[in-house]
Design a protein around this ligand. Sequence first.
Ligand code: ZN
Length: 238
Amino acid sequence: MSAAGGGRFDADTVVSEGSWDAARAATGSVLTGVDLALTGATPRSFCAVRPPGHHAVADRAMGFCIFGSVAVAARYARSRHGLDRVLIVDWDVHHGNGTQALVESDAGIHFVSMHQWPWYPGTGPASDRGPHGNVWNVPMAGGLAPETYMDALRTAADAATRGFTPDLVLVSAGFDCLAGDPLGGFTLEPEHLAELTTWLVARAEDWCGGRVVSALEGGYAPDRVATAAVEHLKALAA
Ligand SMILES: [Zn+2]
């Protein structure tokens, strides 16, 4: 880090003098989404934010991420709004290691992460369930049929909500799970993410009045991210 406010936290994580404000605004956007959902103003929102957050841990930026926005939002929903149960679904192609690290000590938060394996950052085997068994890691090979990923994610979300009815659903919407992403090997298309979103919204309608707050995570083919984000947003708004 330089005195001018720029530099690198690690080989991947470059910051400029604008990064502090951007990272604060990214996390603040997700907290605002939580507030809007829980005050009844709007049950669902999508936060088109940068930087992403799900690799950041408590004391360290990592993997393009500075603050763990979705994890902070889950903790905020618990502490500020007094929610008993929060579900986080992370479909970014990389393991949400930071989110797991920030929420696994809280059994009132259930975390589902589907990610390519073996892949960056090297964490997230299925055997890692967290100290309270509130983590569902779903490591997957690249190059499988889209339906295989969708089924795996839905199965894990079903398992994570058995006997645990969420009061709020948070989504780490990484669009590097799309086919053709330069940093991932999954095969999903925007329509598949729309279908997953619709499925999750329907579940959220049963659980908690349809409260879903989604935040952009990774995604490195900009045209594809844009298309998928619009499809995701339309499914959230339906
Ligand atoms: Zn990613």
